[in-house]
Ligand binder design. Structure first.
Ligand code: IFM
Length: 448
């Protein structure tokens, strides 16, 4: 007996995209703190460094052509502050021209750009003076940079993402003790950096609107799904709730309600009132679920994470995280209360042999579709990432791309999931034929 057919269609104007960040793809970004950090090989897995990355500074257009092959109509990329302002107050018009050329090339291919203004990297001149630790230093300089960018590129882009993952930047750089520069481990400095990034976001929001009437400004907010390691254990539940509040909710409460969370208080913080209402849309970067437990031996944070997962739990390569597609739906449901458009600004996984990605993609898009069915205003999905790129401290070993790339030769090859994404985009959604062809084991779950 033949199987029934079904089609889960997305809205006609849905943005089908991918996402990248300047330092991870451009190559030879020698003038920021990450490049310097990479020069000490012990810090990056396998002694890797970003090097030529994916050679986008010279030829992003070749990958933009490949995006056309897949039928993408959106791409999120970032501009590199250290290229545009290599020395304090000196702006490089050639760098801005190169970004103009990239945005134009995307538009000519029918791909709408979303531009991120800060994605983990700082010009060295800023970092040397304390970077994001000093609000008086960084906020006005970030605003001046943003103003320069919107004036130079505003005719080609109106969808702006001010800052990528302030919580990840702060935690990885100032709490993890070495996963990202400057390699600090200090709770209060972490909170301070996160707070300064949110202040800078709010200031940049005003700058963008003052310079572009129709600017649509948001943030890419990384949300992790925290659950107690031992279900029903009160202290684990407390830890999960605290992490959710500090990592996920604090950013939203600051930018939507103008409220700091307790953890963001250090000394006498400036009022958060100015931050209220500084989002035109919310970007959700969603990857994984984390099971956490109270741990009194962890003096700074009081929690530890489950590292060995039971057999039946789906994990990505290198234990990057647990695959939990329902998380997308749950977070969208949570975000919907703010009545703002939502973009899934990142979602993906490291999967070098592409054996997990097809099901991952279908399941996460299915959860997104379910959210849209519930009338939640999800406008687009940007898969992380288009092409394998430099994954920060993990170097080149984590393969996030729909397109595989060998950093030694720059050779590219579409992975099977690239064709899957193309077929979904072509069909306007997930059809039973697509599920049969790429992940037949999911058929029963999707057909309900
Ligand atoms: O590669 C990163 C990206 O720069 C920020 N969000 C998470 C991705 C995967 O780790």
């Amino acid at each position: 007996m033949s199987r029934p057919t079904f089609a889960l269609y997305f809205p006609r104007d849905f943005k089908w995209g991918t996402a990248t960040a300047a330092h991870q793809v451009e190559g030879n970004n020698t003038n920021n703190q990450w490049w310097r950090w990479e020069q000490s090989h012990a810090r990056i897995m396998n002694g890797d460094s970003s090097g030529l990355a994916c050679n986008w500074w010279n030829d992003a257009e070749a990958d933009f052509d490949r995006m056309v092959t897949l039928g993408l109509n959106a791409h999120r990329l970032s501009v590199e502050w250290s290229r545009i302002e290599p020395r304090e107050g000196r702006f490089d018009s050639a760098a801005l021209d190169r970004y103009r050329a990239m945005l134009l090339a995307l538009r000519q291919r029918g791909i709408e750009p979303m531009v991120t203004l800060h994605h983990f990297t700082n010009p060295w001149w800023l970092e040397e003076r304390g970077g994001w630790e000093d609000a008086d230093l960084v906020v006005p300089r970030f605003c001046r940079f943003v103003e320069t960018v919107v004036r130079a590129l505003g005719d080609l882009c109106d969808l702006w993402c001010t800052i990528n993952e302030p919580n990840v930047y702060a935690v990885m750089g100032y709490l993890s003790g070495g996963r990202m520069p400057p390699g600090v481990q200090d709770v209060s400095r972490t909170a301070n950096v996160m707070r300064n990034m949110l202040i800078a976001h709010a200031a940049a929001y005003q700058v963008l609107h003052q310079n572009q009437r129709l600017a649509r400004v948001g943030i890419a907010h990384h949300m992790r799904y925290f659950e107690p390691m031992r279900p029903g254990h009160p202290l684990d539940a407390l830890v999960a709730r605290a992490l959710n509040s500090m990592f996920n909710q604090s950013v939203l409460d600051a930018l939507i309600h103008g409220k700091w969370h307790l953890v963001l208080r250090r000394g006498a913080p400036a009022s958060a009132r100015k931050l209220r209402g500084t989002l035109d849309w919310i970007g959700l970067n969603y990857y994984t679920r984390h099971r956490v437990a109270f741990d009194h031996t962890k003096r700074e944070t009081f929690f530890s994470e489950l590292l060995i997962y039971p057999q039946d739990v789906m994990m990505t390569d290198f234990n990057f995280g647990e695959i939990y597609p329902q998380g997308i739906l749950r977070f969208v449901r949570h975000l919907a209360r703010y009545r703002l458009p939502i973009y899934i600004t990142e979602n993906g996984l490291p999967d070098h042999d592409d054996d997990l990605r097809p099901a991952f993609l279908i399941q996460h898009l299915h959860a997104t579709w379910q959210a849209i069915q519930s009338c939640y205003d999800v406008r687009g999905y940007y898969h992380w990432s288009f092409v394998d790129n430099f994954e920060w401290g993990e170097g080149w070993r984590m393969k996030f791309g729909l397109v595989a790339m060998d950093p030694k030769t720059q050779a590219r090859e579409f992975r099977r999931s690239a064709w899957l994404y193309r077929d979904i985009i072509r069909s306007g959604g997930i059809t039973s034929e697509i599920v049969e062809a790429y992940a037949p084991a999911l058929f029963q779950t999707l057909y309900q």
